[in-house]
Design a protein around this ligand. Structure first.
Ligand code: 7TS
Length: 420
């Protein structure tokens, strides 16, 4: 495969990520575990430091200068996230610990108080456990029934089967936007259109799309959307829930305590307006501000540029993987130009255990993940105990893919010689 020239994007941004410039076992680090968590640019690291060095104070309660600064920065981060996903207004963004907490918020607040026995929730068989277990809780407590969209032959969302599952009983469709294991990109706009025909609500798990492509919640027309900051250059401990304003208004609080109240009496209370109604207790202030810095960083590069560069990397990654004997990659193949799927590959190599592959690659400085990637039901469905996964981000280079492929070939040869 011919590549014209190295694209400038990764080269330009690599200096922004101090962690990437180190050796592992004497080899340059090749970090290909971005679906688990991304690395953080200096702008994000500085935002955390600066906050604690200069502005640290609690938010929404003091009138002293530090408190005003902390509150302005925290609320400013909300504005940035709202603009990042094109929410209609800032009240539609609720800060949570991560995507998992955001899904649980909807499950405990909306679903537990709304769903009745026999109501149906549609998920896919390839959801991350974070978008499965909360709905199992809901089904157990409310009597709602879980239904699952299965895979097409090309191992992606089966839209026809999805349509056949929809009925007047469907009250919720909760689906991943981009699968963290298959890498398929679900047609979320069409999913919302179909679900809304039946009056069902739709939640989109955008953990693997928010970091990699432009997102527009108004164009998607989802009812809720969740993401985690740590996968999009932000710190751990901060994520967000987007929800349509009227819907969030109609939902009861999730956690109770300070920050989320208006008036408190001994036996009852009234609650704060959105979004504070859902942000009980002192929030992750530094983390939210740093997420704001991450959003600024990504926006400055341009989500469309990030997406386009990652598509080129995807084309190269898949082309090179095809040259490695015994490799079986799961999920749809990319189109010639690398579009149509995410920049990650979950794979097996014959009978070699993915953990062994990962251990050998680590010796070559290459970080990949091995396991079920929190999609155990999907792995069962695919007939694989576990898979190895290489997942890319915009700071990865073609050369890093070469290092990964060379190390993988060596590992496959080595195990081939043992297993014969
Ligand atoms: N949804 C998807 C699609 C994910 O990929 C993940 C994390 C989550 C939800 C949960 O995110 P959290 O930040 O709330 O934990 N995925 C992975 C992964 O693929 N490897 O490690 C974490």
């Amino acid at each position: 495969m011919t590549i014209a020239t190295e694209k400038p994007l990764a080269i330009k941004v690599r200096a922004d990520f101090p962690i990437l410039h180190q050796e592992i076992h004497g080899k340059p680090l090749v970090y290909l575990d971005n679906a688990a968590t991304s690395q953080k640019p200096t702008a994000v690291l500085d935002a955390i430091q600066d906050y604690y060095r200069l502005d640290n104070s609690n938010v929404h309660r003091g009138v002293h200068t530090l408190s005003v600064r902390a509150t302005d920065a925290y609320e400013g981060a909300r504005d940035k996230v709202a603009a990042f996903v094109n929410a209609e207004c800032r009240q539609e963004i609720v800060f949570t610990r991560n995507a998992t907490e955001a899904i649980n918020l909807v499950a405990y607040s909306w679903a537990m108080s709304t769903l009745q026995p026999g109501d149906e929730i549609i998920l896919t068989v390839f959801e991350h456990h974070s978008n499965l277990i909360p709905w199992q809780f809901v089904a157990q407590r409310t009597g709602a029934v879980l239904k699952f969209v299965e895979l097409t032959e090309t191992e992606e969302f089966n839209f026809e089967q999805f349509k056949s599952l929809l009925s007047d009983q469907t009250k919720l469709v909760s689906v991943v936007h981009v699968s963290n294991t298959l890498g398929c990109i679900n047609p979320v706009e069409e999913i919302c259109t179909e679900a809304h025909r039946y009056g069902a609500r739709v939640l989109i798990d955008a953990c693997q799309s928010a970091p990699h492509m432009p997102l527009d919640v108004q164009a998607i027309d989802c009812d809720w959307l969740v993401a985690s900051g740590h996968k999009m250059c932000g710190p751990t401990g901060i994520g967000f829930l987007y929800g349509k304003l009227d819907l969030l208004r109609s939902m009861p609080p999730f956690l109770g305590g300070g920050e989320m109240i208006a008036d408190v009496f001994l036996d009852h209370a009234t609650y704060a307006d959105l979004p504070h109604k859902f942000e009980a207790g002192t929030p992750a202030i530094a983390e939210a501000i740093a997420l704001g810095a991450a959003v600024d960083y990504l926006t400055e590069i341009g989500m469309d540029k990030i997406h386009a560069y990652e598509e080129e990397l995807t084309a190269y990654l898949f082309h090179e993987l095809e040259q490695v004997p015994t490799i079986r990659v799961y999920g749809p193949k990319p189109k010639q130009d690398g579009s149509g799927r995410a920049a990650l590959a979950s794979f097996t190599a014959g009978d070699v255990h993915p953990h062994d592959l990962s251990t050998i690659l680590d010796q070559a400085g290459v970080a990949i993940r091995a396991g079920h990637h929190c999609t155990q039901p999907l792995h069962r469905f695919l007939g694989a105990q576990s898979t190895a996964r290489a997942s890319l981000y915009f700071y990865n280079t073609y050369e890093e893919i070469d290092v990964f492929i060379a190390a993988l070939k060596e590992a496959v040869d080595f195990f081939g010689s043992i297993f014969g």
